[in-house]
Design a protein around this ligand. Structure first.
Ligand code: MG
Length: 488
């Protein structure tokens, strides 16, 4: 009886919806555009005076700009693991720096990724661009919840198969590469994958930004009736920088600006495609970067704007990144300065798309949909841990306070930091001192002790409950029917 009543009500509302000329709304689509090594200061809407980004600025006008949005590592692989799992990299065993073409490890397929979350809710899913969570077939995007993959599986300065024979580094080396755009084909051996196969070796890096975008647009068009999830992880502006010949500025001093402006134009093509298909209002577009700028490459790297330092460090310049979010329920033209970051994206999107997180699995992310929708109150995220690029715990933020307990092996990415007589313990009030210049550790010893104890307590829990990364050796050992080699 109750079923009949429900069916009747649903039937009537469907008739009313159709009579009003509307189809039942599909759950919102999700498009994440993740740049590589783009700094906090490298967008017009974040204050750049040298780089023009009209399309990213449009996203800011039509969406919400986050000014305290953190990545969970200052280097690629751990940062990407965090975005896709909603966990600190250490919890999923991916905290120890980046993977290389010789690596035989990757993100464990047993982890629950954002793609698996949305696929489980009926989404079509695709990954275009840089993966960097393992390039062996068992750990490429398709076993992690994506229906399709097309891209460079690691950094674009890595060579298949042995990463040997790389061109000279440094900004002078990059100047020479920029002066010879054919160098993408003549001096690199970087592969392009379609699903688990290499389809181009070396890849012509000049056109990867455009080709990733085209693939994303094609996928969106094919799935316009939704819902879809596209993870578009650009290889640029990680060095070496390349742009299509038809937009290239030959002056190497303009290489980075040229690359970002091309990236921005491609973002514009995507926004136009969403408009043309009439699905912009039902699509979350999230634009961010995997870590801060690679400052040592000078004009081939970006700017962290008002923040200290860049990629490879736990200063804000390494881990605070630009983030723009547009979509249903997001108040246009607003800014959010509350603390959040990539680890909160998975649970937040699950909430906004009507999904439930899997039971019995610890994740570090928090549903911050209130922040996305315009709450000006306090963030549910009260704390954030900073892990060094090699995986050691190094800092904590609580409210405005940030403690860094720097380890001797911490990377020093540029001359400014390397030359500084960096003390071991740094305490900053980020509200008053966003640029982390004024160390207050001596003035607040009790606060230092309290923050350090809390940092270690949280890290101990993660360490005790960390889940292993995938490794080829372990997988082969555990394979059913595996026999010990003869003679053993
Ligand atoms: Mg990066």
């Amino acid at each position: 009886m109750r079923f009949v009543w429900c069916a009747r009500v649903i039937g009537l509302s469907l008739v009313a919806t159709l009579a009003a000329g509307r189809l039942p709304a599909s759950p919102p689509n999700v498009l994440i555009i993740f740049a590589d090594d783009q700094g906090y200061g490298d967008l017009g809407c974040y204050g750049s005076r040298t780089i023009r980004t009209p399309n990213l600025d449009r996203l800011a006008r039509e969406g919400r700009k986050f000014t305290s949005f953190m990545v969970a590592s200052s280097v690629c692989s751990p940062s990407r693991a965090a975005l896709l799992t909603g966990c600190y990299p250490k919890r999923v065993g991916m905290h120890r720096h980046v993977l290389f073409p010789t690596s035989t490890t990757g993100l464990a397929p047993a982890e629950h990724t954002l793609a698996e979350q949305l696929k489980g809710q009926g989404y079509a899913t695709a990954c275009f661009g840089k993966w960097h969570l393992g390039h062996l077939p068992e750990v490429l995007p398709r076993p992690q919840g994506f229906d399709a993959y097309f891209g460079i599986p690691y950094s674009n300065d890595m060579n298949h198969p042995d990463n040997k024979g790389r061109p000279p580094g440094g900004h002078a080396g990059m100047d020479a590469l920029w002066a010879d755009p054919e160098s993408s084909l003549t001096t690199w051996k970087t592969p392009l994958y379609e699903n688990e196969e290499i389809v181009e070796l070396p890849v012509d890096q000049r056109t990867v930004t455009r080709r990733y975008t085209r693939r994303a647009i094609d996928f969106i068009r094919d799935h316009r009736d939704g819902p879809f999830f596209v993870y578009l992880a650009h290889s640029m502006p990680h060095i070496p920088l390349y742009v299509p010949d038809d937009v290239r500025d030959p002056d190497p001093r303009h290489a980075y600006t040229n690359t970002i402006e091309h990236l921005d134009a491609e973002v514009g093509r995507l926004l136009d495609a969403l408009d043309g298909l009439g699905i912009a209002k039902n699509t979350y577009v999230i634009y961010s970067s995997d870590n801060g700028p690679w400052l040592g490459f000078k004009h081939h790297g970006g700017s962290a704007g008002p923040l200290r330092d860049g990629k490879g460090t736990t200063f804000e310049g390494g881990q605070r990144v630009p983030c723009l979010i547009r979509g249903p329920g997001i108040p246009p033209g607003t800014a959010c300065e509350a603390l959040t970051g990539t680890i909160d994206v998975l649970p937040t999107l699950a909430a906004l798309t009507g999904g439930a997180l899997p039971a019995g699995r610890t994740i570090d992310g928090i549903d911050v949909s209130g922040l996305w929708r315009g709450d000006v109150g306090a963030s549910p995220r009260k704390e954030f841990l900073y892990y060094a690029a090699h995986g050691e715990i190094e800092g904590i933020r609580q409210g405005n306070w940030k403690l860094l307990a720097k380890q001797p092996r911490a990377q020093k990415q540029n001359a400014e930091t390397a030359a500084a007589d960096t003390p071991q313990v740094l305490l900053f009030d980020l509200e008053a001192d966003l640029g982390e210049r004024n160390n207050l550790a001596d003035r607040h010893p009790d606060l230092v002790d309290r923050l350090r104890e809390r940092m270690l307590e949280l890290d101990r829990e993660i360490t005790a409950n960390a889940r292993p990364q995938w490794s080829l050796e372990l997988a082969e050992k555990n394979r059913p029917g595996h026999d010990a080699p003869a003679g053993e």
